[in-house]
Design a protein around this ligand. Structure first.
Ligand code: NAD
Ligand code: TYD
Length: 351
């Protein structure tokens, strides 16, 4: 079969990447979707069991830092487009060990940009770089991040993502690579690794473990359902203007403590516990170093120019997320015990 496009999705076995892969495989049967992922602790092929045998889906285990591997994938599959999500994504881990973030998020991104530049001649191509609102730094009580807001990253994670964004723009301005960038707020949804706030709290509530809220819990995040982020990426990839960045968010700001308490109430109901039972698990712990106070996105540009908007309210998205975790205990048990690596070895050791 000759494919209309071959889209290389990096980091497709991760949280957001798996939702992007699923959307693309199902919505565009005439595209070949090549998922390139190193399968770090955050990558899990079980996130994609429903699409793994689709005719237009291919998985390649590789590291975005590996120049030869990228060259081979571009050649073998005649890659026409890239949606780049592969990254080290957790702020707390970046505080413990920044170098892995530099190597994957910065060096890996430049490696991929260079490969696209060398492989693509004339013709229609898109290099869509998936980034975060954390590159803009931390807000006070007022204001929203706009696309024109100056970069002011403060954690090693956000500094590495900001650096990668700059390189993506540099490849556009210097070499004319057809890039697009999206900067999204915090995501939540199914298949979210339980190191991040929402899945960690759901897991701990279910298991009656302490709920570690950093500092006073007053920091604010702007939450978006992961499927709405995937639909925004689809929209920008197809209809966004080359060379442009788009902020993605749902005007949905919550203090951490209010959000944790909301999850406690929701789970008390779902688990048939007494009202207020889970809230007693809340434990205030030492704050994160350099903890950004508030993130909030102005998504006017994507809403007006590309007619994208979130499809669910936070309450709807959160309930479906909680239900997913309650129904997929095997997934969370395996992820937390590391057993999914054994699954991978069994699947791939003889290939
Ligand atoms: P994740 O940590 O769940 O997944 C990252 C994926 O990248 C994993 O599958 C991992 O195996 C893979 N990976 C890591 N290093 C690699 C390497 N060197 N080579 C190949 N693959 C590698 O992350 P996520 O939350 O799904 O985030 C995906 C992207 O979206 C990241 O670029 C992140 O910065 C960005 N983003 C995330 C959020 C959020 O709320 N999670 C918000 C905005 C933007
Ligand atoms: P996180 O999910 O790590 O995302 P990010 O740091 O990229 O925004 O954290 C979201 C917020 O929740 C952040 O303000 C830190 C806080 N937090 C806790 O209070 N306790 C926790 O155990 C975690 C993981 C996060």
């Amino acid at each position: 079969m000759s494919w209309k496009r071959t889209v290389l999705v990096t980091g497709g076995a991760g949280f957001i990447g798996s939702h992007v892969v699923r959307l693309m495989v199902n919505k565009y049967p005439d595209y070949r979707i090549v998922n390139l992922d190193k399968l770090t602790y955050a990558g899990n092929l079980k996130n994609l069991t429903d699409v793994e045998s689709a005719a237009n889906y291919v998985f390649v285990k590789a590291d975005v830092r590996d120049t030869e591997a990228l060259k081979k994938v571009f050649e073998d599959y005649e890659v026409t487009d890239v949606i780049h999500l592969a990254a080290e994504s957790h702020v707390d881990r970046s505080i413990e060990g920044p170098m892995e973030f530099v190597l994957t998020n910065v060096v890996g991104t430049v490696n991929l940009l260079q490969q696209a530049k060398e492989s693509w001649g004339e013709g229609e191509h898109v290099f869509h770089h998936v980034s975060t609102d954390e590159v803009y730094g931390s807000l006070g009580e007022e204001g929203l991040f706009e696309e024109t807001t100056s970069y002011d990253p403060r954690s090693p994670y956000s500094a590495s993502k900001a650096s990668s964004d700059h390189f993506v723009r540099a490849y556009y301005h210097t070499y004319g690579l057809p890039i697009k960038i999206s900067n999204c707020s915090n995501n939540y949804g199914s298949h979210h690794f339980p190191e991040k706030l929402i899945p960690l709290m759901i897991n701990n509530i279910v298991n009656k473990k302490p709920l570690p809220v950093y500092g006073k819990g007053e920091n604010i995040r702007d939450w978006l359902w992961v499927n709405d982020h995937a639909s925004a990426i689809d929209t920008i990839f197809h209809n966004g203007r080359v060379g442009e960045a788009y902020n993605v968010g749902g005007l949905n700001e919550w203090t951490n403590i209010d959000l944790v308490r909301y999850l406690c109430r929701l789970l008390d109901k779902k688990l048939g516990r007494a009202e207020g039972e889970s809230e007693e698990l809340v434990t205030f712990v030492t704050d994160r170093a350099g903890h950004d106070m508030r993130y909030a996105i102005d998504a006017t540009k994507i809403e007006q120019e590309l007619k994208w908007k979130p499809s669910v309210t936070f309450e709807e998205g959160l309930e479906s997320t909680v239900d997913w975790y309650l129904e997929n205990t095997e997934w969370i048990d395996e992820v937390t015990s590391g057993e999914y690596r054994a699954y991978y070895e069994e699947m791939y050791q003889n290939r």
